[in-house]
Design a protein around this ligand. Structure first.
Ligand code: SAH
Ligand code: SF4
Ligand code: F3S
Length: 455
């Protein structure tokens, strides 16, 4: 049950403009699309800034200490608005809210409403309650926000939630504690949503879950589908030209998923395959359930089965007990796999996790910083070298709009999920060929080839 401090219904009825700030991963970005869709279906309009909003809403993240700090800075601004306009409602949703439970109201008495990531569907109900101070425990019901109306910023691309929660026990990670056990959506519901999106002009879908490739195992036998079967079903929907997904867990990457990549043209030649570390000893302490050798074997099989596959990853430096040798294993993993890119994180102990509560955060901050710097250098050098293979080729690009740095140029994305800035006229939502003329570690540049093909 969500819980809030006292607000009379009369106040709530006047609430008509909202301002939403989103932190965290694509799950949260997607939940925010649903929050906006829900609020707008209830008659709320988006305000340009917090000072103009009747409802100040946050969708929070608590994956690392830095995520908490970023949010708390913004919450301070909401406190100021609340002081100036006590009628404004401050609502905090998402993972940080869930991790704080009742503490939210004790530590931040100006917060009116708090709700967990599984309670997006009840946002309207929460706001419509006669009084918000009903006593109740903080829970999540795991409802899929994917069933709610959505307000999408990107007309031709969409996220589609296939599961919520996570059954893994990675020792550093707070996600299972705040997002709950894994629950898969019924395959028919996923496909029906993709069909509706395609009918609305969407050509690229990204399937979302904390562990997408363990999809389906919790469904009743009669309804069960594997992740590979789901990928094929989504790719077969008329109008869908590209299918992506994030994130898979290496332990659940089966042959049938590899085969789907190799055989289904709509399934993009990019996999984000989080490794976390290149040291078997550290991977064991992280409870990732694979060794360095098994990860390398998997990466090799993927690269062999899918020509020109792009691989990206997540890496953590400074996990408790990480030695210089362990770290050297992570550097050599990056070189050996030849990643096209990587997100790199400094380990951050999270209360409520096995590592956060039970292992000393013993790598000195200075050593973490220095290792991070070395890792970023190796990741960038590897990615830059990988990107050079695109120079001189013609890549099919889905156009997203004008270039962010030079509005006279266009911006789009390749099958490999790399951003391309190019000279051309192709409109957003079209596919066009782009001759690649130069490459950095993160972006490509080039010139449009021929006319754009409308999606
Ligand atoms: N479900 C996804 C994403 C999890 S969070 C997955 O399993 O891949 C995204 C990334 O944040 C993780 O892959 C990990 O690299 C990083 N991360 C998670 N907890 C962390 C912590 N306590 N400190 C530093 N990085 C962390
Ligand atoms: Fe966290 Fe591991 Fe689950 Fe990813 S797989 S969300 S890192 S517990
Ligand atoms: Fe953050 Fe929650 Fe995502 S903790 S990374 S918003 S699942």
């Amino acid at each position: 049950m969500p819980r809030g401090r006292g607000q009379e219904a009369s106040t709530l009825r006047r609430v008509r403009r909202y301002h939403l700030t989103t932190f965290g991963c694509q799950m949260n970005a997607h939940d925010s699309e649903r929050m906006k869709g829900l609020l707008e279906s209830l008659g709320y309009a988006e305000a340009a800034c917090r000072d103009e909003a009747d409802l100040i809403l946050f969708n929070t993240c608590t994956i690392r200490g830095s995520a908490d700090e970023r949010f708390l800075g913004n919450l301070g601004d909401a406190k100021r608005v609340k002081r100036e306009r006590p009628d404004a409602i401050v609502a905090v949703g998402g993972c940080w809210a869930q991790s704080q439970k009742e503490e939210v109201f004790r530590a931040f008495p100006f917060v009116d409403v708090a709700f967990g990531p599984g309670e997006v569907s009840r946002l309207g109900e929460i706001l419509a309650r006669e009084r918000l101070d009903a006593v109740g425990a903080f829970t999540f019901d795991g409802a899929f926000s994917g069933t709610l109306p959505a307000k999408r910023d990107r007309p031709h691309q969409a996220w589609v939630q296939i599961s919520v929660g996570c059954n893994s026990v990675c020792s550093y990670c707070i996600v299972p504690a705040v997002r709950g056990r894994e629950r898969s959506r019924r395959p028919e519901d996923v496909v029906a949503e993709v069909e509706a999106l395609a009918a609305d002009g969407v050509v690229e879908v990204t399937l979302l879950g904390q562990n997408v490739n363990s999809y389906g195992r919790d469904l009743p036998r009669a309804e069960r589908a594997t992740f590979a079967a789901l990928l094929r079903a989504v790719a077969a929907v008329d109008g869908v030209r590209r299918v992506r997904y994030t994130s898979p867990h290496p332990k659940d990457m089966r042959e049938d998923v590899i085969a789907a990549h190799a055989e289904v043209p709509e399934v993009c030649r990019h996999i984000h395959l989080p490794a976390q570390s290149g040291s078997t000893r550290v991977l064991k302490a992280m409870r990732r359930t694979y060794s360095r050798e098994r990860y390398l074997d998997l990466a090799g099989r993927l690269q062999a089965a899918v020509p020109d596959l792009a691989l990206t990853t997540d890496l953590i430096v400074g996990f408790p007990g990480e030695t210089e040798d362990d770290f050297a294993d992570t550097l050599s993993l990056v070189r050996e796999v030849g990643y096209d890119g990587a997100y790199t994180f400094v380990y951050s102990p999270r209360p409520g996790t096995e590592a956060g509560d039970g292992m000393a955060d013993d790598v000195p901050a200075e050593v973490k910083r220095e290792r991070m710097q070395r890792l970023v250098e190796v990741v960038q050098a590897t990615a830059r070298a990988r990107a050079q293979r695109h120079v001189g080729t013609v890549q099919e690009v889905l156009v997203e709009g004008p270039s962010r740095t030079d509005p006279s140029r266009r911006r789009g994305r390749t099958d490999h999920n790399v951003t391309v800035n190019f000279c051309g006229t192709a409109p957003a939502g079209a596919f066009t060929g782009v001759q690649i003329t130069s490459a950095t570690s993160t972006t490509l540049a080039g010139d449009q080839v021929g006319a754009a093909l409308h999606a």
